[in-house]
Design a protein around this ligand. Structure first.
Ligand SMILES: [Zn+2]
Length: 342
């Protein structure tokens, strides 16, 4: 294993901080870049020498040789004339002193030790912790950031949670982001599929598009939520939605299902138009949303999975609220209408 190519991510490289090398034959440890001495790494400690070395990608074993059974260092790829020209003689002397008595030892191979974990074994999570530790959040703390965690608690299929998280952090492959990544479109193809006029982006195609707003207004009416326009800040919008459903005593895992179903359906419809030449129809979208909510409402509750979609749609929140059993057994609906086909 040759370790190199450090520090291209802007916050350093966890291998530089955590990886230490024990030199055996010296063939697989980079002389300048790997941390094989007690110090950090020679590239940083002797940066001027490194800059002037022609052997900047060479392993420890390539920097010297065995003379009568004794390891002898070479000139580290630095021409003596260059040393004099840049006044690097004293730095070179320091390096030679540091390396005196050090070097390959004819053992089998070099060993890497991962110092981030007590058992000295490499785990991907060590790197994750490193990058999290380096991260400086931009701007002030967003009180709606909690939405990013709550989305994973919804009782919906995993792919929907992953989709929604991508949407919340604006990483869906919408056309504006594809353009940003260098993928070009014909002008007409760049437009929102719902109105065919404005450029597609997350905020437009899921929230502010006039056609999509019409869908939202029907959905909020369906669950009895006051319609105060569409919240473009997704995190805030999601939290607002959860808060409304909580007041309606919706069960914990079902709080966001209508919101999630609406966005997922819009995404599927958008993909249908983009990739399968389908024609978007608002009524179909709304029925698809209702059907999905009905389908997801009984995940983990197979006893009532045969509840009719027709009955469910009359008052969806009631069926996913904490009262559903009370309603069912007390004959809340009265007459012949039963919420569940038992
Ligand atoms: Zn639009």
């Amino acid at each position: 294993m040759v370790i190199g190519n450090f520090g291209k991510c802007g916050v350093g490289d966890p291998r530089e901080s955590y990886c230490r090398f024990k030199i055996g034959n010296g063939f697989s440890t980079l002389f300048w870049k790997a941390s094989w001495l007690e110090t950090f790494c020679l590239k940083k400690d002797f940066s001027d020498l490194y800059e002037n070395s022609s052997l900047f990608k060479v392993a420890v074993a390539g920097m010297g040789g065995w003379v009568n059974g004794v390891w002898t260092w070479g000139n580290f790829g630095i021409n003596p004339l260059v040393l004099a020209e840049h006044n690097l003689e004293s730095e070179m002397d320091s390096l030679c002193v540091l390396l005196e008595g050090r070097g390959p030892c004819n053992a089998v191979g070099d060993e890497a030790v991962w110092r981030a974990e007590s058992d000295r074994v490499f785990y991907t999570v060590s790197c994750y912790k490193f990058y999290v530790g380096c991260r400086i959040p931009y701007g002030p703390f967003n009180k709606f950031d909690g939405a990013l965690g709550l989305v994973w608690k919804a009782e919906v299929p995993f792919k929907i949670k992953a989709f929604d998280w991508s949407l919340l952090v604006n990483r869906l492959l919408t056309k504006d982001l594809l353009l940003h990544r260098g993928i070009t479109f014909l002008v007409d193809n760049f437009k929102c599929v719902f109105d065919g006029v404005n450029p597609e982006s997350r905020n437009h195609s899921f929230f502010t598009c006039s056609s999509v707003k019409a869908v939202w207004s029907v959905v909020v009416m369906w669950i009895g939520k006051p319609y105060g326009g569409v919240e473009v800040d997704c995190l805030r919008g999601f939290m607002d939605w959860l808060s409304f459903c909580k007041k309606k005593k919706v069960k914990e895992g079902k709080l966001g299902v209508v919101w999630l179903a609406t966005l997922w359906t819009l995404w599927l419809n958008r993909n249908g138009v983009c990739f399968q030449n389908e024609v978007w129809n608002m009524d179909n979208t709304i029925w698809s949303i209702k059907f999905l909510v009905w389908k997801w409402a009984f995940i983990g509750d197979i006893t009532h999975s045969i509840c009719s979609c027709y009955d469910f749609n009359k008052d969806p929140l009631l069926f996913i609220s904490q009262y559903q059993f009370v309603c069912n057994f007390s004959g809340f609906f009265g007459g012949d209408v039963s919420p569940f086909m038992m």
